[in-house]
Design a protein around this ligand. Structure first.
Ligand code: TYD
Ligand code: MG
Length: 453
């Protein structure tokens, strides 16, 4: 077969070259040329793709377009349904990213096995042999599943199989192993990942098939391959938490069919992933006695409130510049908070190392952690534990004011549910009706929060 014409385009300026060169002659960027195909005509005209050539396009008026509410299919794993926004939507494309060995293959195998009874499933593995998949299936108790599996990495062949079998759900594990024959670059390269994903997404959209793509992440936590991948899909899910801990968190980074930042919490057991239905209780390290530097806060991730413990350690620094280390929080935010503490709380930490950690490997992305971080740091500096059964949340502004956060009442109710009896929170967040069982301390300034403990 004659090869299609390939060109090399610069990822920085878009200039096109007939040959690969190390430096773009137009903009001077180094190593920015990636291989691509002229147009995508060859894919459309290829007889193998004739089956889903797509319909003629027409211009319509918005109010004339009839639509039905997307029917949701339950995967049988409620935490997975939750991050998907209430179940899987047929015709949607979901990208699942995460570190190696965190449980991506396990989660998808378990998630789609239950679907297979009503919707035919095709599981395409490019990384493991069929025996390995079968071994894993029997380990998680799915040896009886009549699911179709395929070991293949070439996209065109995967699509031919898909057309023959016409599954309603396809899993590609992983997109980095897939390659298209129309490009010459190696599997896993930017252009291959992009082209393979584009072909698979086109197939999914035109046939109404739900598609899961497994993606690897690089050392700095980005999905390997182009960011384009995130734009092409409807939903991006990330596995968080470290592989050594038992608990795994799946977070929705982008979702066209649901809330972002929604969390699904799982525990890895010897029989696969088990959902954790009440996650608040696992992120608190239950000390016998209160220890300095530990504060419980109520965070809200997606649509659900979650109790997490923020720990701080402030220790005298013997180097020339003190360290600010965070795990599960934004480091720049900590630096800013320490500056606010210095200016408006009168507490200087320029000669102290500050370490802050969120227990359990969760990542807190919202500003409601500000007050908890400051109180934990101060508690550690003074070596004085905070009272038992206290929860704290609130955003701290640069002027030392405590600002309201979203869904104050929901957070208070969550704290009450877990037996907390005191809450320090922004004044504007205080629930209108009195909440039974909890004493609410409303604060407007940082100094007020420090005074009351
Ligand atoms: P896996 O799903 O292969 O990860 P990924 O596809 O993200 O690379 O997860 C494998 C890890 O999970 C591996 O370290 C073994 C562990 N594991 C269990 O502890 N219990 C189980 O039942 C299974 C299937 C895996
Ligand atoms: Mg895997």
């Amino acid at each position: 077969m004659a090869r299609d014409k390939n060109i090399y385009s610069c990822a920085e300026c878009g200039a096109q070259q007939p040959k690969w060169v190390g430096q773009c002659p137009d903009c001077g960027a180094w190593n920015s040329l990636v291989e691509s195909v002229v147009g995508n005509k060859n894919v459309q005209e290829n007889p193998r793709f004739a089956g889903y050539a797509g319909s003629q396009s027409v211009v319509r008026y918005l109010d004339e377009v009839e639509h039905a509410a997307e029917p949701r299919i339950s995967t049988g794993i409620s935490e997975l349904d939750r991050v998907l926004g209430g179940g899987l939507v047929l015709g949607s494309v979901v990208l699942l990213g995460g570190d190696p060995g965190i449980g991506k293959s396990t989660l998808l195998l378990q998630g789609i096995a239950a679907l297979n009874n009503d919707f035919p499933v095709l599981y395409v593995t490019g990384e493991e042999s069929l025996q390995q998949v079968s071994l894993r299936a029997s380990r998680v108790g799915l040896q009886q599943s009549r699911m179709r599996i395929l070991s293949e990495t070439q996209v065109e062949r995967i699509l031919t199989h898909a057309q023959n079998e016409s599954p309603k759900v396809i899993v590609i594990d992983s997109i980095q192993t897939a390659y298209s024959e129309i490009l010459q670059s190696a599997p896993g390269s930017v252009s291959q990942v992009r082209e393979s994903a584009a072909q698979l997404v086109r197939y999914a959209k035109q046939t109404g098939t739900a598609l899961f793509l497994v993606g690897h992440v690089t050392k700095d936590g980005q999905l390997a391959g182009p960011r384009v991948l995130e734009h092409m899909v409807d939903t991006v899910l990330y596995f968080e938490g470290d592989t050594s801990s038992r608990y795994r968190v799946v977070r929705a980074i982008k979702n066209r069919f649901g809330a972002v930042n929604e969390l699904g919490v799982f525990a890895m057991t010897e029989r696969g992933l088990k959902e954790v239905v009440n996650p608040s209780s696992i992120f608190l390290s239950r000390h016998q006695e209160q220890v300095p530097g530990s504060v419980v806060m109520v965070t809200r991730e997606g649509s659900r409130p979650l109790l997490v413990e923020v720990q701080a350690l402030v220790a005298e620094c013997h180097a020339s510049n003190p360290r600010r280390v965070t795990l599960g929080l934004d480091q720049n935010r900590l630096i800013m908070m320490l500056a606010v503490l210095h200016r408006h709380g009168g507490v200087a930490m320029f000669d102290q190392d500050v370490f802050v950690n969120v227990v359990g490997g969760v990542r807190v992305t919202e500003t409601a952690a500000d007050l908890a971080v400051l109180m934990a740091a101060l508690s550690s500096l003074r070596d004085r534990p905070l009272p038992r059964n206290l929860v704290v949340f609130g955003e701290v502004g640069l002027a030392g004011e405590v600002r309201p956060v979203q869904e104050g009442e929901m957070r208070v109710n969550e704290a009450v549910k877990h037996g907390f009896t005191r809450a320090i929170m922004p004044k504007a967040n205080v629930p209108k009706r009195k909440v039974k069982g909890i004493e609410i301390i409303a604060v407007e300034q940082l100094s007020e929060a420090f005074e009351c403990v």
